[in-house]
Design a protein around this ligand. Structure first.
Ligand code: NI
Length: 341
């Protein structure tokens, strides 16, 4: 490089830097380079530190989640939120902070899952209720009967009856006895889940006529608690045992009282053909048929009863559905044995 060229280049560089010309310009430029290098160095060290700290923290978090003995239970799905929250071996300092974050994350996940499940169940029930309402409206002008089953549920017979009702697509009403329901709560839940109505037949099948006002109220309270526990709500209808009731019952029971108008005497004559014949022969539009789901012979008769009545144009509704279909508003303490058009 010739002297002249070098001078020009130095002048050019100096000009670009906006600082004088020639050797002075180069010196200024060097100092600036040095300053930038120092700044870059500091930034680089800072960045590396941040990466190291973050990596260390992430490593501990992942390590805690994947390998800490506390979480083996979670991976096996056997540890509840309460168990995680209540543990007193959560450690101290940074470890405790990570644990708290994990518990918070787990808590949010569980809450979210519970909410999604609840919403899905509500949507399913709402959809079913809509379908059932449409079915009730569609019965206008049709012949209706209500099949009612008392004294259950029984582990030996009720599940088979529910299978038959499902297969025949017929809805019924179950007046369950509290002591029976407590022995087979899943059957009560199934009854309701499959679109049937569940009513109370008292806790222990005692006659209301033996009870004073306080006893009737206590009986209802006990039944409400039992239904609340199994179904999450109390029963809206009561069938008095033996159909026995008096003025005290009406004034204190606090629910509509459901009787019946067709009695095939299935509790007395344990023969399926006879039960079928009597139930069908005595039925009329709006009838309430009394049967008992605790007898195998009754369960044997039900498919035939449904087939025969359906052949005559009958539809099978629950008590509450039939009342709505017939425009009847059921009143507490009043008795209902049929819903004629
Ligand atoms: Ni009974």
């Amino acid at each position: 490089m010739g002297k002249e060229q070098r001078r020009k280049l130095e002048k050019k560089r100096g000009g670009e830097m906006g600082e004088g010309t020639g050797k002075i310009g180069i010196e200024v430029e060097r100092r600036r380079h040095h300053r930038y290098s120092v700044v870059r160095g500091i930034l680089a060290v800072g960045l590396v530190s941040v990466v190291l700290v973050a990596g260390f923290g992430l490593g501990r978090l992942i390590g805690g989640v994947l390998w800490h003995p506390d979480y083996q239970g979670n991976e096996q799905g056997s540890s509840t939120l309460e168990e995680v929250s209540n543990r007193d071996d959560l450690g101290t300092g940074g470890s405790l902070q990570y644990k708290q974050e994990e518990v918070a994350v787990k808590s949010r996940q569980l809450a979210q899952e519970a909410m999604q499940k609840k919403v899905a169940e509500q949507e399913r029930l709402a959809k079913e209720a809509q379908e059932r309402e449409a079915a009730v409206r569609a019965t206008t002008g049709k012949k209706l009967v209500a099949l009612t089953f008392d004294d259950g549920p029984s582990a030996a017979t009720t599940a088979r009856l529910l299978d038959i009702l499902k297969e025949k697509n017929a809805k019924a009403t179950f007046f369950v006895v509290g002591t029976m329901a407590q022995r087979a709560p899943d059957l009560v839940k199934r009854e309701e889940a499959e679109g049937h109505e569940v009513g109370s037949h008292t806790m222990a099948h005692a006659s209301f006529t033996t009870m004073d006002a306080a006893a009737v109220q206590n009986e209802m309270k006990a039944a409400d608690g039992m239904f609340q526990e199994i179904l999450g709500h109390s029963a809206g209808l009561v069938r008095p045992p033996y159909g026995s009731l008096n003025q005290v019952t009406k004034e204190n029971v606090g629910r509509p009282l459901v009787l019946w108008t067709v009695d095939p005497l299935d509790w007395k004559y344990r023969d399926a053909a006879g039960v079928r014949q009597r139930a069908v022969a005595d039925s009329f539009d709006g009838a309430v048929i009394l049967m008992h789901d605790i007898y195998p012979t009754t369960v044997d008769a039900v498919a035939g009863v449904i087939d025969d009545l359906r052949a005559q144009g009958y539809e099978f509704l629950t008590i509450s559905e039939m009342a709505r279909a017939r425009g009847v508003t059921m009143v507490n303490g009043a008795t209902y044995g049929s819903f004629r058009p």
